[in-house]
Design a protein around this ligand. Structure first.
Ligand SMILES: Cc1cc2nc3c(=O)[nH]c(=O)nc-3n(C[C@H](O)[C@H](O)[C@H](O)COP(=O)(O)OP(=O)(O)OC[C@H]3O[C@@H](n4cnc5c(N)ncnc54)[C@H](O)[C@@H]3O)c2cc1C
Ligand code: FES
Length: 291
């Protein structure tokens, strides 16, 4: 199978959308699922959410931020180039039913992961209030697409360049303070953001689902790298998740496991840059997150 890039778009600084030919995956993909891909023979595998699947064009859409060696290598590919291999769809799809009023929250590139889930929540009859946040307005992605499938969309930026100034968790606190009836919260994005949301909804006693993003390798439950503790039990996010009850997640452990290889990741990215002489175009947002 040849995973050819049929369309490449720059959505925001350092955030790319790729439409990739992948007929089998496109046929089977459901909201909440992801793929694990390898850019080249010698590279590592990374997980990316299937943002959309087109069964007629037989393509899947991947949206990603170039933050390390593999995503920088992926961003360097162009239309007609081929991704070495793609495994998927992986993970349990989002459980779909009419949940009543859902507040769906994404930070940063998490908006790409949220889009298929919000689309499916709406299709199942839920009322969806979507909150998206980014560091500044240039980094807010998929606002029109998410507006189209939400009952209401609220955006917020760290610097106030679009919407309110602050974090997505501030908007959620406002909604709760205004006594909006919320049946469920769904959050996806940087771990500190999901942890903050989880703390708020635990106090407010609102059911909350998060889609976790630990480091993954094989995506098949074999390597154990993606292990997370849920209510004291070990789970593998790739096969048992990626979605879990937010109030049962051991956030401290998850955060520390994500930074386990920070030093090696930096060495690997620097070595790749030196070798391919690609420009250091992501210095402005390297490692930064929005809450
Ligand atoms: C199920 C799942 C779905 C994902 N979907 C998307 C998506 O649709 N779009 C997208 O841009 N990213 C997504 N991610 C995150 C993506 O996999 C990482 O950004 C990628 O693996 C980084 O690889 P790298 O070699 O470029 O960077 P690395 O050198 O491996 O890491 C660079 C920096 O990113 C951090 N990092 C590494 N892995 C992750 C991770 N899993 N989550 C957050 N930070 C990480 C590192 O701590 C380091 O600071 C997803 C992760 C999971 C687990
Ligand atoms: S990625 Fe290897 S067990 Fe989940």
């Amino acid at each position: 199978m040849k995973y050819t890039i049929v369309k490449k778009t720059l959505l925001a600084p350092n955030i790319y959308r790729l439409e990739v030919s992948a007929p089998e995956i496109a046929r089977r993909a459901k909201a909440g699922q992801f793929v694990v891909l390898r850019v080249a023979d010698t590279g590592e595998r990374i997980p990316l959410t299937i943002t959309a699947a087109d069964t007629i064009a037989e393509t899947i859409t991947l949206i990603f931020q170039d933050i390390g060696k593999t995503t920088v290598m992926l961003a360097a590919l162009n239309e007609a180039d081929v991704i070495k291999d793609i495994l998927g769809p992986l993970g349990h799809p989002t459980e779909m039913q009419n949940y009543g009023t859902v507040v769906a929250i994404a930070g940063g590139v998490g908006a790409a992961e949220l889009l298929p889930v919000v689309t499916a929540f709406k299709a199942a009859g839920s009322k969806v209030i979507t909150i998206i946040g980014a560091r500044n307005k240039d980094l807010l992605i998929l606002e029109p697409e998410l507006t189209a499938v939400s009952d209401k969309l609220i955006d917020i930026t760290d610097d106030g360049s679009s919407g309110q100034k602050g974090f997505v968790s501030n908007v959620l606190m406002d909604l709760i303070a205004k006594q909006l009836h919320i049946d469920m919260v769904y959050a996806i994005g940087p771990i500190p953001m999901m942890q903050a949301v989880s703390g708020i909804t635990k106090t407010a006693q609102i059911k909350t689902i998060v889609s976790l993003n630990p480091i993954m390798l094989d995506g098949t439950g074999m390597c154990g790298v993606c292990r997370v503790s849920i209510a004291g039990e070990t789970k593998f996010a790739c096969v048992d998740g990626p979605e879990f009850d937010a109030h049962a997640v051991n956030w401290v452990e998850l955060m520390s496991r994500l930074s386990l290889y920070k030093k090696e990741e930096k060495i690997s990215l620097d070595a790749h840059r030196a070798e391919c002489k690609c420009q250091n175009n992501d210095a402005s947002n390297q490692g930064e997150i929005t809450q």
